[in-house]
Ligand binder design. Sequence first.
Ligand code: ARG
Length: 464
Amino acid sequence: MAKMWQGRFRKELDSKVNDFNSSISFDSRMYENDIQGSIVHVNMLGKQGIIDSEESKVIAKELSAIYDDIASGKIEFDQNAEDIHMFIEQILTERLGDLGKKLHTARSRNDQVAVDLRMYLRAQIDEIIGLVKKLIATLVKKAEENLQTVMPGYTHLQRAQPITFAHHLMAYVEMFKRDMIRLFNCFDLMNECPLGCGALATTTYPIDREYTAEYLGFKGPMLNSLDGVSDRDYCMELANAIAICMTHLSRLSEEVVLWCSWEFRFVELDDAYSTGSSIMPQKKNPDICELIRGKTGRTIGNLTTLLSMMKGLPLAYNKDMQEDKEAIFDSIDTVKLCLSTLAPMLDTMKVNKENMSNAGKKGFINATDCADYLVKKGLPFRDAYKITGTLVALCIDKGETLDTLSIEEYKKLSDKFEEDVYEAIALETCVKGRSAVGGPSPMAVAAHIEEIKNTVLKEENDEN
Ligand code: ARG
């Protein structure tokens, strides 16, 4: 394909340099946005009398036809083309002759690529938000089934205090809720239109930037043309939102890996969502979780790529910025894949309630409640803490737990202990008592679930 910019040059571009320079292998995915942007641009040129209005209609119609032909597979991308923008303009010119050459009036690829990418990313953000919402719905469903499922809560991966599985899952719901908000914010900030910024300094033609911004669904035109063509904040921000979301997915995945190990046996993955070993017949591996954990690394890498790619660039456009696409596209593909795989895996995962509550029984996770019992009977917390510590040591020596230790042994350490201590330190009591907002008591978690259903999941419930 002959280069559109060939007039200035006396030699053909070296074929290796052509390959090195070309971005069509990865920017072709923006063809729909590119065509949409061009149609609105050419309509504006016609409306403003910059080109003949009948001619602008012919160009717009042909651009739609090109869209149909690409979508149906009738046209294939030419891998020798420099980028998607040049490719589409070339096809247009092949079909319309000289008329096709008018499309690029009052425009540069610098504002074109910026507008295409913003439109593409807006649509992708919508999709990612939809997937995060589905994951939240799955977690909420599991939480509702496990409001009463007592398990140990951990700090330092040591059994700490009793919580419920619902409470644990709802912690992730909060993280994913913030991820959604981050994505919404990112959408909002990128929703300004760079079209009309030209190469860097707008143009002398009487363009209508409000018109193009409006018809492409933006809040309005970007207010500085240098910024319009050289800003990639929106890529960095989206890569950041995705990296944080992936970090949440990774932490959850790590927990599932632990929970389905034989040391924990808190959950069992459905056969459809786990894999076997080629040599060890007994194995059922949580590969999905491990892959999500692993893939998180590349999204952090993509964010680093974008930040370091931008940090030394003078205004305005520099070709370095072509590197934005592979990084942000990879983050998008990765998070979408992970979200859509994890949700059904969690949905089909079996929860072993008995093992969770058994783990709760053995770890002295009601020790805080035992100390609180003494405090309620009038002892200062530090004394109560010390007595309970001595009781725990005694239990360990005797192979007992706080629930099985006799009342005589309790009384030897403090005459405040009565028979009602057993009820006070029962795990269900401990959980129920933590009824403050945000706490693990079934009532508090149920209220949280209601809140999420009425806000984050609202439309989804309405649709059902
Ligand atoms: N493929 C280029 C990119 O992705 C399009 C913009 C080219 N602009 C230029 N002045 N060479 O950045």
